[in-house]
Ligand binder design. Sequence first.
Ligand SMILES: Nc1ncnc2c1ncn2[C@@H]1O[C@H](COP(=O)(O)OP(=O)(O)OP(=O)(O)O)[C@@H](O)[C@H]1O
Ligand SMILES: Cc1ncc(COP(=O)(O)O)c(N)n1
Length: 271
Amino acid sequence: MKNVSKALTIAGSDSGGGAGIQADLKTFQELNVYGMSVLTAVTAQNTLGVQAVYPMTPEAVRRQIDSIAQDMGTDALKTGMLFSAEIIAAVAEKIRQYQWEKVVVDPVMVAKGGETLLEREAVDSLKNDLLPLACLVTPNIPEAEVLTEMSIQTMEDKKAACQKLHRLGPKWVLIKGGHDRGDDQATDILFDGKEFFTFQSKRIPTKNTHGTGCTFSAAITAELAKGAEVPDAVSAAKKFIAAAIENGIKIGKGHGPTNHWAHRLKGDESN
Ligand SMILES: Nc1ncnc2c1ncn2[C@@H]1O[C@H](COP(=O)(O)OP(=O)(O)OP(=O)(O)O)[C@@H](O)[C@H]1O
Ligand SMILES: Cc1ncc(COP(=O)(O)O)c(N)n1
């Protein structure tokens, strides 16, 4: 019998398998962590977009969390698509009840095609109920703009947004640079209330980026589950996502998914 680190994702299902729960579980598996899942919503989704959303009841979310907590427990968890204020309240209540601390909040708001994955009126619950419980929050630039109500154009803006987000309660803030158009680097900034850390990789020109945010936050969560400190977890996850994007998969007619097993490929096998 072997002891293994465990990670939990509380997120929506992507029937196309590139984002959401599916991306998270694939990532946990690749990083040698036992993956568990709590479904918040089922989406009918493919590489072209989200065709329908069917949220779970808050009670169904609570019961799934109880089942995991009362038997296996978890070493770290992430949240993804939470959809409504009621589901956020249920998740926050359970995180408090089980005193979970390694909590990564990926504040998913819209899908690539613009479809709503978080109701507009749930943004305040995300800020007030969930962010104070987060070890790390990982917004992309548009999400950071909604959460801080400021426009983010420059590096100085990114740093000011980190400071503003940190005041909402998370221990660490990571603003991702995937949406930084016109920059040849994908630069993410991490902040702990005192110090800024920068993580950079070459921007890969590709349309196969479906699920990058989910995969990245799942990789961070897996590293935290194994005992890494936050900056080391982000650094390892950045390498994982860069390889996954570089070797993105040509599947479907729209934005193809990232390649979760790319970290296993050698240079000559990558194409
Ligand atoms: N084209 C790219 N080349 C290299 N790295 C990228 C690229 N796009 C995103 N990244 C990196 O991938 C991670 C996820 O960032 P991103 O800002 O895209 O998240 P997201 O917007 O939540 O994801 P999505 O775009 O799938 O919604 C970050 O580390 C970011 O720097
Ligand atoms: C169920 C679900 N959750 C999240 C996303 C966002 O995906 P991304 O990781 O590309 O931001 C998605 N498209 N579907």
